[in-house]
Design a protein around this ligand. Sequence first.
Ligand SMILES: O=C(CO)COP(=O)(O)O
Length: 252
Amino acid sequence: MRDRIVAGNWKMNLNYEEAIHLATNLNAWVADNQPIAQVIIAPPSIYLQTLLEAVDEQYIKVSSQDISAHEKGAYTGDISAEQLDSIGLDFAIIGHSERREYQGETDIIIAEKLKQAFKYQINPILCVGEKLEEREAEKHFDVVKTQLLDALVAQKPEDLSRLIIAYEPVWAIGTGKTATPEQAQEIHAFIRKVLNDEFGVEVANDTSVLYGGSVNAQNADEIFAQPDIDGGLVGGASLKYDDFVQIIAACK
Ligand SMILES: O=C(CO)COP(=O)(O)O
């Protein structure tokens, strides 16, 4: 059985007090409601250690939003996998489309980041997804396959048991436009086929593949009901307690 996961990517939102308030309220909700889904929050890095201490890891896991491609050294502003591991962190989002777009992250850099994550037993949430013009040109399958293979062929096969994938079509992020459940299911099934063809049936069956892109309390039920969608990576709606707990509850 694959893990059901709902992860909230807070991006560069919330001040210190707001972050603590949201995280502690979520922790209490998960403790009371015992949802099926594993709940993960990915706050800005400045709050990682505080939030790791503020929540109970039995209920909520904390993830970084990025990881350095380098082991250590003169990389101002970067945070290494070893540093994240040293505060007890187990998850990292890698290759988010906003980092690909604004920080120039390439598939080669992303492959290096994954290697660092695996080296320190951090479970990476690898983000893939096409841009609007790529979907319109019907290149979305090729784009996603290339992103997956470029990131994954360089990894040790045994490390892939830690992998989580998030399919996030760029045109659906923060736009209010969601992929239809059928569109999302189609590409999630395709991702599983690529995993099966390249890395074997076990990786294909065991890797949780999350959908991201304007998931909200209204559409989560239908999206999470698709057979190859194992949960969500949620941006805007993860900042609102009432919405996010409804989304967690929708992941059955
Ligand atoms: O980028 C996302 C999560 O990583 C999705 O963001 P939204 O849910 O705000 O569209």
